[in-house]
Structures are given as C-alpha cells and as structure tokens.
Design a protein around this ligand. Structure first.
Ligand SMILES: [Zn+2]
Length: 212
C-alpha cells in the first residue's frame, strides 16, 4: 500500500485539540474540493494554515500518497457533531481527495488499504466504518454515498485478497498460480504444504483438472 507520510499539525494549534482518542470508528469523507492541485499535499498545507480554523482530520488520501495530520491517539474535529460528539471523540477521520487532476478510483483504492490497516491496528469492525453522514446527516462523502454499500463490499473483498496474498507468500513461486486457483475455488484455505503437495497441485493444473 501507499506509504504514510507524517506531516503533523503542530501541538498547540487551534485544530489540534489533543484529547485522548481510543478509535472505535473510522469516518470517511470526501474533501468536496475538485480544484486542480487540491490533493493530499494541498490539504496538508491547508490544515496547517489559519484558514483551517478549528477543523482537522487524521489522514488525507489521494491517488499518489497518504498524509497523516493528527496522531490516531488524539481526536480531530471532522465529524461536525460538536466538541464532545461521538464522531469527533471516537473516530479517525479519513479525507479522500477529488481533485480533478487526480485519479479518483486510485485515491479510493489507497483509502481502502489505509482503512484496512487502521481496522487491524485498532480492532475496528467493518460495521464501524461509517460515512460522515452517519454522525450529522451531512451529504459526505458525496461521491461515495450513492454507492456506499458497494464501497464497504470492496473493503471486505480487498481484505480477503490481502489475507489470501499473505497466505500464498509461503508457496514457492512455481506453484503459486496453481495453488491460488484452488483457494479461489474454496477447495483449499490453508496453502502451506510440502514440495510433493505443490508438485501434485501443479500437475493437476497442467492436466487442466483445475478450472480457472
Ligand atoms: Zn465530511
């Protein structure tokens, strides 16, 4: 997945409240800014400027990079539900860029990988990945809301792909494609085995006995 660059809002800034956060939710936003150059770097500059006021969030994701602005053990003010609202005090805020000179699909893919990493790190269930709308009714993330269920489904699918890829890492290169076919067909869930097993799987595959 894309590297995370830390470019934190300075301690003491108006939009770095510093309350302790134990993340229970992940809140997904769109930036609402389709201007060229309104990418992660642009938002990293904005969030450190006076123009940001008291607004903040944890991560901005574009098609090329992920920038972190606030540590995940501190709250940010992104959910619009008040200083002590559950959105602001229990969730990590992820902004997905929509700059017209970027690739929106790739930005969403990068965000999905980040969300999966955050879910794993903080033991957050997929049911607690929510749109900004969940907290206040605001139409955000406006580009994703019309297909929110599909977005959640693609997180679940990507999660399975990553689990499968981790398991397949133990399989020798020469057998991996054949073993993957068995896993894709749910014939095999644990691919660990010895050389004889892998040879047999490859032979079955070469005999076209494993449908792809
Ligand atoms: Zn939002």
């Amino acid at each position: 997945m894309a590297n995370i660059i830390q470019d934190l809002v300075p301690v003491g800034a108006k939009n770095r409240p510093g309350n302790a956060l134990t993340p229970k939710f992940i809140t997904v936003h769109n930036t609402g800014n389709s201007t060229k150059g309104a990418n992660a770097a642009g938002h990293a500059a904005f969030i450190k400027s006076p123009g940001a006021g008291s607004t903040s969030w944890h991560f901005t994701v574009d098609d090329l990079q992920i920038i972190q602005h606030i540590p995940t053990n501190e709250n940010a003010w992104h959910a619009g539900d008040g200083l002590n609202g559950p959105g602001n005090r229990t969730s990590i805020g992820v902004e997905i860029c929509e700059n017209s000179d970027g690739n929106l699909a790739q930005a969403e893919t990068n965000a999905i990988d980040l969300i999966i990493d955050l879910m794993k790190e903080h033991a957050i269930p997929l049911s607690n990945v929510v749109p900004h709308k969940h907290w206040t009714g605001k139409l955000c993330p406006h580009l994703i809301l019309p297909r929110w269920d599909a977005f959640i489904a693609s997180i679940a699918k990507r999660q399975q792909e990553r689990i499968q890829a981790e398991k397949l890492a133990v399989v020798p290169d020469w057998a991996r494609e054949s073993v993957k076919k068995l896993m894709d067909k749910d014939v095999l869930t644990e691919p660990a085995g010895d050389a004889t097993f892998y040879r047999l799987v490859v032979i079955l595959d070469r005999l076209k006995l494993i449908a792809s």
